[in-house]
Design a protein around this ligand. Sequence first.
Ligand code: ZN
Length: 223
Amino acid sequence: MNMNTRNKEKALVVFSGGQDSTTCLLWALKRYKEVIAVSFDYGQRHKAELDCAKEITEKLGVEWHVLDMSLLNQLAPNSLTRAEIVVDENAPEEGTPNSVVDGRNMLFLTFAAVFAKQRGITDLITGVSQSDFSGYPDCRDVFIKSLNATLNLAMDTTFCIETPLMWIDKADTWKLARDLDGLELVRDMTLTCYNGVKGDGCGRCPSCKLRKQGYEEFLARYR
Ligand code: ZN
């Protein structure tokens, strides 16, 4: 696969400053002549997320916008937005972890699509993955295809939602970052930790455990 063609025009990346969306940003930069990143401010507990997003887009020279989604916090208070709710350390036996905001990806992608259309962009890139499905129904491929159809009908446009990580696990996401010459950038500059610690993170929260496990698997698989 030729990773560096840049034969497509414009894309908008839904960008959180985490491992997955940063890998997607690198992916988009290899393919598109113009890339814009949008992040969402939904009153997340750690503003550090937005700081990371700012630093990464500045380093990569990518135009970056923050959209206000504070209504999300009003609609669905949860452990990622409310400091008084403690994040589950382990995934629950049943149902979704308490870090889920219902419909979050749907809302983000929908707002991103409205923003993209204004800029004449139809390609939307998101880092959702069905392989690491951890209780987020709006990360599934069937949902993305459904939303794509809905957005097309809603705005009379032909959107194309690209999901480079949909069928790969965390170890292969690290490999993709390496193949895109971004392993160090993703490892050192991104934030996935629920406790707001950049890079390797706190090491205790579910997100850190998943990230570390994926990195170790990546090293074992592709050393
Ligand atoms: Zn952590």
